[in-house]
Design a protein around this ligand. Structure first.
Ligand code: HDL
Ligand code: ZN
Length: 421
């Protein structure tokens, strides 16, 4: 017999427990399984040289980007550690994340001894560490960012070495979409008869390339990041790659197409990976894509805070649009709180609140706890509003709803058979 939860205090406790207990499917990361070798980053020196922290370190101006890039990995980590953690309280979200990760590993952040942390990591085996991080972060599986144009990654796929199903594949095709002129050379060398003008025979070959990689990789979705000025339809190479290449394949294979819109690549090239910026996008392109392709499912996350409300409204208009995550510059408690509220208020449970975008395995130990805490607080408030309006809920109902947000919505959108979980 289900029992309604009678008081706001008991409700809050039940919601917090349900959010903590729910294993998550992390639908966008830059992590790799151990079989990808050095592509899987882990450990304190990689944590400290996360490009977010490099950008924050270089703001302090004690050295130029060029001088920083001259340093080796451990010297870079020491520079970040001193600048952001010892010379100042590590108060930014990316800094606080490192502290949370150390704490979740049972280390004492207050000892502030980088070499002691390094000694701890030296004692670890990567396979055991993967097990430990997934368990501690309560992550069921992560989705990788797999780029067939990246030589170091291609060999793993071409040699059939992919193995660890806790790391699920996603086919990332930025070079094809955003730099077709450069991609033509590689595609031709791989035996695809493409030409720089993207004639119809070329478009057929682009579709064959995508089909080959879908067969080989079995990706959960195809993904691309797009600039703020992304327009569709557009009589450009990008517009034709999407119209004549990707969309027909997305529909034929019934594989979702993930659009990550709003990134201005390399606004400051001196910062390298940390040099990308953000811009508000014109969402009429997305509106047309969803309206003109009702049989294609679009996973969408946007980089500009100013686009978030429009995206939620588009989510209300198009069932083939799944709103997901608090991407990159959105992934901060103040904004996660704001956009989770507007998503619940207009979409109910039909969205995916978060992904980690983790680049270093250990980051799962902070990105998920930090996000769970903010999302849980919003849910407590929204369930309490219901209770006060005379609609109490049961523990089972709360667990059911939370599972939708952190797991079930993604499985349903991608398709049970495709995800294999
Ligand atoms: O394009 C992307 O997938 C972004 O997430 C970039 O990788 C970015 O550098 C990043 O790591 N954001 O968190
Ligand atoms: Zn990413």
């Amino acid at each position: 017999m289900s029992v309604y939860i009678p008081t706001p205090e008991q409700l809050a406790e039940t919601v917090q427990e349900a959010v903590q207990a729910q294993p998550v499917l992390d639908i966008h990361t830059h992590l790799y399984g151990p079989e990808f070798g050095d592509l899987l980053l882990w450990g304190i020196d990689h944590l400290l040289t996360y490009h977010y922290l490099i950008a924050e370190t270089l703001r302090v101006g004690e050295m130029t980007p060029e001088e920083f890039w001259e340093l080796g990995l451990s010297e870079q980590a020491e520079r970040v550690w001193k600048t952001l953690f010892l010379d100042r309280a590590p108060i930014s979200e990316a800094c606080r994340g490192v502290i949370t990760a150390l704490q979740r590993l049972g280390l004492d952040p207050s000892c502030r001894d980088l070499d002691a942390y390094r000694a701890f990591y030296r004692s670890l085996d990567v396979e055991a560490f993967v097990d430990r991080v997934f368990q501690e972060a309560n992550v069921e599986a992560v989705v990788m960012t797999n780029d067939p144009f990246d030589e170091s990654e291609r060999t793993v796929w071409l040699n059939g070495r992919y193995r660890d199903r806790r790391f699920l594949p996603a086919l990332r095709i930025d070079p094809l979409v955003n730099n077709y002129a450069d991609a033509v050379g590689k595609l031709s060398s791989w035996g695809y008869g493409v030409d720089p003008e993207l004639s119809e025979p070329s478009a057929r070959e682009v579709r064959r390339f995508l089909a080959d990689w879908i067969e080989r990789m079995r990706p959960l979705y195809m993904a691309v990041s797009l600039p703020p000025n992304f327009a569709y339809p557009e009589d450009s190479l990008r517009g034709r790659v999407i119209r004549d290449g990707i969309l027909p394949i997305a529909e034929e294979f019934q594989i979702p197409f993930a659009l990550m819109i709003g990134v201005k690549r390399q606004v400051n090239p001196r910062l390298r990976l940390a040099g990308d910026g953000v811009g508000r996008a014109d969402l009429s392109a997305l509106e047309r894509l969803c309206a003109e392709h009702p049989n294609v499912r679009f996973l969408v996350t946007l980089l500009s805070r100013e686009n978030q409300h429009e995206l939620v409204v588009l989510g209300r208009k198009f069932p083939n649009l799944m709103v997901f995550g608090c991407w990159w510059f959105m992934n901060n408690p103040s904004i996660i709180d704001e956009i989770t509220r507007e998503r619940i208020e207009m979409l109910g449970w039909s969205f995916i609140p978060q992904h980690s975008d983790a680049r270093i395995l250990d980051q799962l130990l902070y990105k998920w706890p930090h996000s769970r805490a903010v999302i849980a607080e919003v849910l407590v408030e929204k369930y309490t509003d219901l209770l006060r309006s005379g609609w109490p809920v049961t523990q089972e109902e709360i667990r059911r709803d939370v599972a939708r947000l952190f797991r079930e919505n993604f499985i349903a959108f991608v398709g049970k058979d495709r995800i294999g979980l």
